[in-house]
Ligand binder design. Structure first.
Ligand code: 4AD
Ligand code: MG
Length: 429
């Protein structure tokens, strides 16, 4: 019976064949332990010299790291193994011999591993991170589909900017200028006016000259947008959504979280509702702690971490000064210098994972903002139409997938949270 490692539980006591790669090996004169991986999981194969044909044992001793094989054997339950099973090998068929695999079980430097990202992805740790990433994506679709949202795909090539003009990726579009999308938001606003509640999931690009553990040049964002919803209601959707993905990862990625040595007690506390603190109060709090920050300035990573540390759940920082936020955010009624927005800061120092706001729905105010921000009214004509024809209160937000993966996995740097990271000085592989 041909099967995969994730399915072996169905075949206890039976003989199966698994297509696998050799991740690692230990052997003595009498026994060989093969660490096998097939993409679905990891299992140990045990080859006992006395119990197999001479050539099977010598083949087991000769196999090199990352060679591909068909391994046949008996599935046994084994409490000591993380997956709960072990394979007593009866036969090995080598498909391809891998010679001098560059990533050996010894320690390698980060740059070396990044240069070999196409192979590094095979490691147990990277495998676990990619599975958690996949679970977050799966849970995202489940959550928004169950809540009646429609998935809409905004364009990648755009003629205008959504999040400021300083970090745009420029390209030619035949005779016109085009930019890679920084955010699908403006298009999602149009979609919300057509479909009510919508969400997108796609790549976004920022030519940011930031070399930090939280910044990628190309990253993936989930962007819900909701008609007839105010800022408060949007915060409720955000906390329900984040709590749901954390719960899904806890339920469906047990082996992966274990492989990553993640402290589960920290994730188990992530239940809605999440605390909210105003920008004003956050500034006072930081000043009292001795941070050098004045009202009107944006938070740096150490500021965010200090705020996050006083909570064991993600925390919303609400109502920032309009000056430091995007042009489309709606001012707070009666206090025009701040806007109806929030950033959601993850616990444990993982930083901002969501940026969201209620959008300006008044045509005159939006026109004024175009001028203040030196945006060309021409390329935004279509966006203005949304305020001309049946404008409604509406809100939305964007969750950065890679920062969320980093937080749930307990991984220090976002470069490990995307299969092929695009960083300030890295376009290879
Ligand atoms: O806060 P941002 O810039 O918000 C927007 O783009 C809005 N238009 C979203 C919306 O309302 N529809 O980005 C949203 C999130 C951030 O909170 C962060 O998690 C992530 O995207 N992000 C990045 N992740 C990795 N690398 C970068 N360079 C990122 N920039 C933003
Ligand atoms: Mg932001």
């Amino acid at each position: 019976m041909k099967t995969t490692i994730s399915q072996v539980g169905k075949y206890v006591g039976q003989e199966v064949t698994i297509g696998a790669w050799l991740a690692n090996k230990r052997s003595s004169g009498k026994i060989a332990f093969l660490q096998l991986r097939d993409g679905t999981g990891f299992i140990q194969g045990v080859v006992v010299k006395q119990e197999v044909d001479e050539e099977v044992f010598s083949s087991a001793k000769a196999i090199t790291q990352e060679s591909s094989l068909y391994v046949t054997g008996l599935i046994r339950e084994d409490e000591r193994s993380p997956s709960g099973y072990e394979l007593t090998v009866t036969n090995i068929e080598v498909i391809h011999d891998a010679l001098d695999y560059p990533i050996t079980p010894k320690e390698h430097g980060t740059e070396f591993l990044m240069d070999h990202r196409h192979l590094w992805l095979r490691s147990k740790r990277q495998h676990a991170i990619m599975k958690v990433r996949n679970e977050i994506i799966r849970a995202t679709y489940q959550f928004f589909n169950e809540q009646g949202f429609v998935k809409v795909d905004p364009p990648i090539l755009t003629g205008s900017s959504a999040e400021g003009t300083t970090n745009l990726f420029h390209t030619k579009y035949f005779d016109e200028d085009a930019y890679l999308s920084q955010s699908g938001q403006l298009y999602m606003e149009a979609a919300a006016m057509a479909l009510g509640k919508v969400f997108s999931f796609g790549p976004t690009f920022r030519a940011e000259k930031s070399k930090t553990r939280r910044h990628l040049i190309e990253f993936w964002m989930i962007e819900p947008e909701m008609a007839f919803m105010d800022h408060e209601e949007s915060l409720e959707v955000q906390e329900q959504y984040v709590a749901f993905i954390v719960q899904s990862v806890l339920e469906n990625c047990q082996l992966e979280l274990k492989a990553l040595d993640r402290d589960l007690s920290k994730l188990e506390k992530v239940q809605a509702p999440f605390p909210r603190i105003s920008y004003d109060d956050a500034i006072t709090f930081l000043q009292e702690k001795g941070h050098e920050i004045k009202w009107g300035e944006d938070f740096g990573a150490p500021d965010e971490t200090a705020i996050a540390e006083s909570f064991d759940k993600p925390v919303f920082i609400t109502n920032y000064p309009a000056e430091i936020k995007a042009f489309y955010m709606k001012p707070q009624p009666g206090r025009e210098e701040v806007v109806l927005c929030a950033d959601l800061i993850a616990p444990e120092g993982y930083g901002e994972i969501i940026g969201g706001s209620q959008r300006i729905d008044d045509q005159a105010l939006l026109e004024q903002r175009y001028q203040e921000h030196n945006l060309s009214e021409e390329s935004y004509q279509w966006y203005m139409d949304l305020r001309k024809y049946g404008s409604v209160p509406h809100s939305g937000f964007g969750l950065g997938l890679e920062r969320t993966v980093a937080w749930l996995c307990g991984v220090e740097h976002v470069r490990e949270t995307i299969p092929f990271p695009r960083l300030l000085n890295r376009l290879y592989p």
